[in-house]
Design a protein. Sequence first.
Length: 148
Amino acid sequence: MNAEKAKQASALMLKTGKKNIKIDSKEMQRVKEAITKEDIRALIKEGIIQKKKIKAQSRGRARILAAKKSKGRKKGHGKRKGTRKARTESKKRWISRVRSQRKKLKELKEKNPEKVQKIGYHKLYVMVKGNYFRGKKYLEKFVLGDKK
């Protein structure tokens, strides 16, 4: 059998492309003598016809970088490409801020009920919803008053 035909038949068997098939040049005569698919299967078993290893891009460095980013590294001004709005959707940012403030308000209600009652829990809740506070610290400062 012609070497190209042998490559084609073995590519079908090994489920890969013709380019990924390697035939041992020393055993070319045996490949030419092979007529049936059975013969080619035997040559594959002997290791005369082999499937080339696929060269893939290593993810090792990418994993290391992702681990560093999860720790909060490599996120400075020099690494940023998009605007603040492009990097995190403003609605998602608002949702996370409101959720954390509501959680903080609940904690304050349990720990300092008299201070929260003085202003009114519902009023504070609506203020949080209305984007009155920048963050949790500002909410706490508003409710408890300045500690300094």
